[in-house]
Ligand binder design. Structure first.
Ligand SMILES: Nc1ncnc2c1ncn2[C@@H]1O[C@H](COP(=O)(O)OP(=O)(O)O)[C@@H](O)[C@H]1O
Ligand SMILES: [Mg+2]
Length: 260
């Protein structure tokens, strides 16, 4: 059991989009070094909750604490500043760029020379840096000068994770939106291994997923949302897949078996 204090604590989060209540008084926390699965049907509010944590949306009500102190996360930049990194489902890789350029996208290294200090890209340091982050997440890509277009789904996740962890900023929590969706069995296994590797390196991870089999292979805790409300947060070892399906669709086990 993990009795540590939460590194992230979202409390009483409420969010409306016009007349739609996307989230209603949701509490969600992340413990140090845990893999926390966020589950729920389409429209349950998963993405909205994560976007509030990442500074894409602002909550109408509620607060966010980081290491016990209230913070105001009004932009993705602010989220990054407190160590919250997210990998969206589409991964946001640039297909036409190679692995190195993707790992350093938006954080290119430059070197200056000459009297008028002309800045040029520091290719060598970025190449070395790319090798070292990929090693860190144990993702093997034979040729990092290859365009990411040609990589497999698992390798693309590896590059996206490499980019997220390629930061001088300490990462408190890495959020992954549907990381195993649309991957073959072998590729899925690679991504699950990436998650295990990150956990070994003491990164806390929030995984949004539809695939219960995948989730149960890596999750320490599970939170289920339904219609914008939190149904439950439980240790993964204390619930069956069937229980979780029940929480997701809103049918308690008692109802299924005719008792109530
Ligand atoms: N930008 C938006 N504008 C209007 N409604 C939205 C917006 N984003 C989400 N919603 C609505 O909020 C609810 C929760 O959506 P979402 O958080 O995307 O759910 P999930 O990620 O669990 O599928 C849904 O009813 C959805 O239609
Ligand atoms: Mg979503």
């Amino acid at each position: 059991m993990n009795h540590a204090k939460p590194i992230i604590s979202m409390q009483g989060i409420t969010k409306h989009f016009g007349g739609v209540t996307a989230l209603e008084k949701v509490d969600f926390d992340v413990l140090p070094n845990e893999v926390h699965a966020l589950l729920g049907d389409n429209g349950a509010g998963k993405s909205t909750l994560i976007k509030i944590l990442c500074g894409v949306h602002q909550a109408d009500k509620g607060k966010i604490l980081v290491d016990g102190s209230p913070v105001s996360i009004t932009s993705p930049k602010e989220a990054r500043k407190v160590g919250i990194e997210v990998i969206y489902q589409d991964l946001a890789l640039v297909d036409e760029f190679n692995v190195i350029a993707n790992v350093y996208l938006g954080k290119e290294l430059t070197t200056s020379f000459g009297e008028h200090t002309t800045s040029i890209l520091d290719e060598r340091r970025m190449r070395e840096g790319t090798k070292s982050v990929l090693e860190k997440v144990k993702m093997f890509i034979p040729d990092i000068r290859q365009r990411v277009y040609y990589l497999s789904g698992g390798q693309r996740q590896g590059v996206a994770i490499g980019r997220a962890v390629n930061s001088t900023q300490k990462i408190r929590v890495l959020i992954m939106d549907e990381p195993t969706a649309a991957l073959g069995v072998e590729e899925k296994e690679k991504v699950l291994n990436l998650i295990r590797t990150l956990k070994e390196q003491k990164v806390a991870i929030v995984v949004i997923s539809h695939n219960l089999e995948d989730v149960f292979q890596v999750a320490d805790r599970v939170t289920v949302l339904r219609n914008g409300r939190k149904v439950v947060t439980v240790p993964a070892s204390e619930v069956s897949r069937q229980d979780v399906v029940g929480y997701i669709v809103g049918v308690e086990t008692g109802e299924l078996s005719g008792k109530r």
